[in-house]
Design a protein around this ligand. Sequence first.
Ligand SMILES: Cc1cc2nc3c(=O)[nH]c(=O)nc-3n(C[C@H](O)[C@H](O)[C@H](O)COP(=O)(O)OP(=O)(O)OC[C@H]3O[C@@H](n4cnc5c(N)ncnc54)[C@H](O)[C@@H]3O)c2cc1C
Length: 369
Amino acid sequence: MNAVESIFDEDILSRAETWERGARSWPSNERQLMTCARVADETHDVRTFEFRTQDAMPVRFEPGQFITVSAEVAGQRVERCYTISSPPTRPYLVAITVKRVTGGVMSNWLHDTLRPGMTLPAYGPSGMFTATRASAAKSLYLSAGSGITPLMSMTRASLDLGLNRDIAFVHSARTPGDIVFRDELQRLALRSPRLRLFFVCEGIGDEPEWTGAVGRLSLARLSAWLPDFALREVFTCGPAGYMTAVRELLREGGHDPARYHQESFDIASATPPPADAIDSTQQTFTVKLARSSKTFTMSASETVLAAARKAGVAIASSCAQGVCGTCKTKLLDGCVEMKHNGGIREREVQKGMRLLCCSRPASDLVLDL
Ligand SMILES: Cc1cc2nc3c(=O)[nH]c(=O)nc-3n(C[C@H](O)[C@H](O)[C@H](O)COP(=O)(O)OP(=O)(O)OC[C@H]3O[C@@H](n4cnc5c(N)ncnc54)[C@H](O)[C@@H]3O)c2cc1C
């Protein structure tokens, strides 16, 4: 039987309540215990971990968002962001798909230690790299390596909802054996004529029978596969070098940058918040924590997060560069100079939220902590 196209043109992806009905809201600054339900290998160095909340309630999130996982590794508390690779249409299990990083603390700990039945604290979904904010009838998903995870959640959600959305998914990998979710994507593309799949591998690895593209993504290759790529809403996720190359390629190809969205997993590639934002002549401010009644003093040149840590106050954080949003906290009184890298929305700033990792005080502060 030929695959039948969906009849739903309606943009239910942007009506998040479609899958949120009944699901529990999990704020990004709320820590809760997650129980590992399943562990599955995706490739030789990528593994998916599926979690259930302690109360087994469905979780509310948007496709493309991440959670912040916390673990005690060698006596140190470590926190890292991981995109939810599962779709919000399957809210009972939240999956993260993790690539081992050579010498990396958390990724190796998860691979080597985390097994079904174990529990881990995590902070709720966060992030703005989501198809629900910039949905379009025609999308181009561009990913490399583990950057495939947010785009996989978006693809799964779109197909689960039966959306008549034209998705072109172009994924770059080192070898065919490194293509994460390869079998599932191929199965989905067979069933869904509006999902088109293109893989490009730098080398064939141990798969001499590979007939797909070999090399790197280029403008010539992209134009041949998708002559209409410049008209698509583009979502990109991958290593910093890959994203720089992709942006340049799209620019050359006449793609409108306003229709370009990207997520970086590479914290080091983000511009660090400038330390000289405030000309502090060693000015000292007092920070009061409203809920715990703790108080500490700090200099105007430090970030609030760094000063809190020095004062022994534990605040959830991950990137320390204003990217991930894990340390988002309400400022109840006072004002700060915040230089973030996309980890907070204007709407949240208007509501008094600040990222403590990239905020320096300009007065005494009261925080909702
Ligand atoms: C929004 C977001 C979403 C993400 N989603 C995913 C995802 O879906 N899947 C995924 O796999 N990853 C994802 N990441 C990346 C993830 O958060 C981690 O950065 C990654 O797993 C590496 O963490 P780690 O603790 O293993 O490595 P780290 O310990 O942080 O080390 C990273 C690198 O630094 C090097 N290093 C560490 N310490 C030192 C030192 N003292 N001196 C010199 N070098 C050092 C290590 O060798 C390694 O190369 C995401 C990141 C962000 C920001």
